[in-house]
Design a binder for this molecule. Structure first.
Ligand code: NAD
Length: 389
């Protein structure tokens, strides 16, 4: 097994999820041709980065991103910073000849994401965008069922991504509420995931009719300067410059219709990433809060016991769940997996891709497509009209 050194920037929520996945991936995927070594973690605040390196198992802490790029023992750069730094860092990494995995959304604007795609293509490096939900076994199974024709012709996509963590009007104005850092609010944060799944499962989107809303228009500024929630609220108020919620009607190129609804203001919903797809031969639906399950209705079953059935996608025959010797990759059937395993599965495909010199899906090409959908929703909301993607 070949080794590749990883250099990671950003060490908070996603930094923790990624660090965990690097530590576990070759344990659960012993067949991997390339194994990650956690070489260096990068951030701005020495004390915090030193603590993160030691807590999360990185060999070294560094405080300058360029230092990661100069090192010969680092072959993969992993970007977990706020959205405004994704593209500049990805371009620098590609130009230094490093493979890149970047958190979503790929960038702030379509033009910017296109620059990132051009840079990774020019450098010939492997690139991946961390839409980890694709690799929940139940969602990958949905893709296989659609490809096998089990839904027939697709008529409807219904994607809701509902959270409630920002409802408190006294919550401070951290980076996710600031357009110059986040690009957008629920749109780029949540609709990016939903759009990724819709594009992958149903197909390209032709046009959109969107609406964005900001319910809490001002928030207390942060006392800390690093943009994190830990700083707490100060006494000054400042404008929220992103959307709290976004909706869109969409027309797919294949003729299907779709609806998106994403919000940080749906009381009681913690991470309700839900979709339902209805086709001529049946329907499927998924909710991330029940990550191991996929519901399926077979329209050709018209017997008395017809109805949605729940598939527990945890058996060795399900995507990502089996080893080549027939044993379970993680745990025996029904001993379910969690959020962190979607990252482990994602990284396993990244390292296979690096071994083969191929960018796995979703990659920067998908990132550009997603950004075009998000930009069209934003433009549609501003102009109160349908917009072609
Ligand atoms: N795939 C997913 O399911 C998922 C979930 C959450 C977040 N995300 C994405 O991950 C990214 C990070 O989100 P998060 O929730 O981890 O945010 P966070 O606020 O928890 O962490 C951001 C990290 O970036 C660091 N940082 C901020 N500015 C920096 C700078 N100028 N230079 C270097 N480091 C800097 C912070 O210190 C912190 O470690 C975002 O783009 C977000 O959209 C993806």
């Amino acid at each position: 097994m070949r080794e590749i050194g990883v250099g990671m920037v950003g060490y908070s929520f996603m930094g923790r999820a990624h660090s965990n996945a690097y530590r576990q991936v070759s344990f659960f995927y012993p067949e991997l041709p390339v194994k990650p070594v956690l070489k260096a973690i990068c951030g701005r605040t020495k004390e915090a980065v030193d603590a993160a390196a030691s807590d999360m198992g990185w060999e070294q802490a560094v405080y300058d991103f360029d230092e990661l790029l100069e090192r010969d023992d680092i072959g993969l750069i992993d970007i977990n910073t706020p959205n405004n730094m994704h593209v500049p860092m990805a371009i620098k990494a590609a130009q230094a000849g490093k493979h890149v995995i970047c958190e979503k959304p790929l960038g702030m604007t379509v033009a910017e994401t296109e620059e990132a795609l051009a840079a990774v293509r020019e450098a010939g490096v492997v690139h991946m965008l961390c839409h980890n939900y694709r690799r929940a076994p139940a969602i990958w199974l949905a893709k296989e069922m659609i490809e096998a024709g089990m839904l027939g012709e697709i008529y409807h996509w219904r994607g809701h991504y509902l959270q409630d963590w920002l409802m408190d009007p006294t919550a401070p104005l951290f980076w996710r509420c600031q357009k110059e850092i986040a690009g957008s609010g629920a749109l780029g944060d949540l609709m990016a995931h939903s759009a990724d799944l819709a594009l992958w499962l149903v197909g390209d989107i032709d046009s959109v009719c969107g609406s964005l809303n900001t319910f809490v228009k001002q928030r207390p500024t942060l006392t800390s300067t690093d943009g994190g929630l830990g700083g707490g609220a100060g006494t000054e108020m400042a404008d929220v410059t992103v959307d709290d919620a976004a909706t869109a009607l969409v027309k797919f190129k294949c003729g299907a219709m779709g609806v998106f609804e994403v919000t940080r203001f749906a009381a009681g919903h913690k991470n309700y990433n839900f979709f339902e797809i209805n086709g001529s031969r049946g329907s499927i639906r998924f909710n991330l809060e029940r990550l191991n399950e996929l519901e399926y209705f077979d329209a050709e079953d018209d017997g008395k016991t017809a109805g949605f059935k729940t598939i527990l996608a945890s058996d060795t025959i399900h995507p990502f769940q089996g080893l080549s010797d027939g044993g379970p990759r993680f745990w025996p059937a029904g001993h379910n997996i969690g959020y962190e395993h979607t990252f482990i599965n994602t990284f396993a495909d990244l390292f296979k891709g690096i071994a083969e010199g191929k960018s796995p899906n979703p990659n920067f090409e998908d990132g550009v497509k997603i950004q075009k959908v998000l930009a069209a929703v934003e433009k549609s909301s501003e102009q109160a009209t349908w917009v072609t993607v």
